[in-house]
Ligand binder design. Structure first.
Ligand SMILES: Nc1ncnc2c1ncn2[C@@H]1O[C@H](COP(=O)(O)OP(=O)(O)OP(=O)(O)O)[C@@H](O)[C@H]1O
Ligand SMILES: [Mg+2]
Length: 312
């Protein structure tokens, strides 16, 4: 498949802090790329450099085969960025907000009117076009933020946590919008802290941590590494009575995490040992409240790789 973005050895530091440490990756034309990582991983820094809002210290980026440094204007015209922090004017109408951003790309007159209408309809805010964002809910502001970024029909749309702190209805609206943008031929880079969103919409995933890329591939490929494991989550009132060693005596146990009200035990998929694990706990007079089994999930892939959960 053709690449819309090719990044080589990208570097960026802030004073004494290296935020991006020489990363290389490609973005394929027409895909939704999930861009994940714990807080401070370097996602926004990378994304803002791609969108030409921030200057890199080193490395090379190509957009549609053209060097971004030498063709900044072309790149700006063809990329839309939905920033992590809302970039809308609270005191002018929704319509004038979108008009303002679209006009920055040189769109004028009837075409401008038409594009603004399309963008507002797309995010479901056309009937509120005359209202000011200060009267909007958080989710509506997020949707307006998206309208401002897409009115000029960019080929690549970069969204930095567009669904933070919003209601489920707006979230669904945004996720459906992303699917529709993709159907319309756009490429989307998507950052989020919600794993279920990534499961739903991403074709491919890049996981960043501490300024480097630590994993890359399709969901299926990333899950392969943990396919031979299962995790039992056993809820109990008094896990403090237990020690790791109690469980390691049971066949097939690979890892044990004892938390206040539950134990998480990673086991080989091929060994049937749940009865023995429960017996171990009952022998220590632990009351079993619930047992769930987690098979390979992206959340677990992420946890395995970064040692942290995506939503920490
Ligand atoms: N303007 C800045 N000045 C100084 N340091 C910064 C600045 N912006 C980011 N950093 C630092 O660079 C690192 C990467 O930050 P970045 O915002 O790219 O992370 P992120 O992956 O987007 O995190 P989050 O999930 O919290 O949005 C962090 O350690 C952050 O503190
Ligand atoms: Mg960020």
């Amino acid at each position: 498949m053709e690449n819309i973005i090719e990044v080589k050895n990208l570097e960026k530091g802030y004073k004494d802090k290296k935020a991006v440490k020489g990363i290389s990756f490609d973005v394929r034309k027409g895909e939704v790329l999930g861009f994940l990582g714990p807080n401070g991983a370097g996602k926004s820094t990378t994304i803002n450099i791609l969108a030409t809002a921030l200057k890199a210290d080193g490395g090379q980026i190509k957009f549609n085969g053209q060097n971004v440094k030498e063709n900044t204007l072309y790149v700006k015209k063809n990329i839309g960025i939905v920033p992590q922090d809302l970039a809308i004017y609270e005191d002018i109408s929704a319509e004038r907000n979108v008009k303002f951003f679209a006009s920055l790309y040189g769109i004028k007159g009837e075409k401008l009117k038409e594009k603004v209408k399309e963008a507002l309809q797309f995010v479901g805010l056309y009937d509120r076009k005359n209202d000011k964002p200060k009267t909007f809910s958080g989710g509506m502001k997020r949707r307006l933020n998206i309208a401002c970024a897409i009115a000029h029909n960019p080929k690549l749309i970069i969204m930095d946590e567009p669904t933070v702190g919003i209601d489920p209805q707006s979230r669904n609206h945004i996720l459906n919008s992303i699917k529709n943008l993709q159907k319309g031929g756009a490429t989307i880079i998507y950052t989020t802290h919600y794993m279920e969103e990534v499961e739903e919409i991403s074709d491919r995933i890049i996981i960043m941590d501490h300024g480097t890329i630590i994993a890359e591939g399709t969901k299926e490929k990333l899950k392969e590494n943990i396919q031979d494991e299962k995790v039992y989550v056993i809820e109990t009132d008094n896990a403090e009575k237990l020690s790791d060693d109690d469980f390691f005596e049971v066949e097939g146990v690979k890892k044990v995490t004892i938390l206040k009200n539950r134990v998480e035990i990673t086991c080989l998929n091929t060994v049937e040992n749940l009865d023995k694990l429960i017996m171990t706990m009952m022998n220590k007079h632990c009351k079993i409240n619930n047992v769930t089994t987690n098979s390979a999930s992206l959340e677990r892939v992420f946890l395995n790789l970064t040692g942290r959960s995506l939503r920490d």
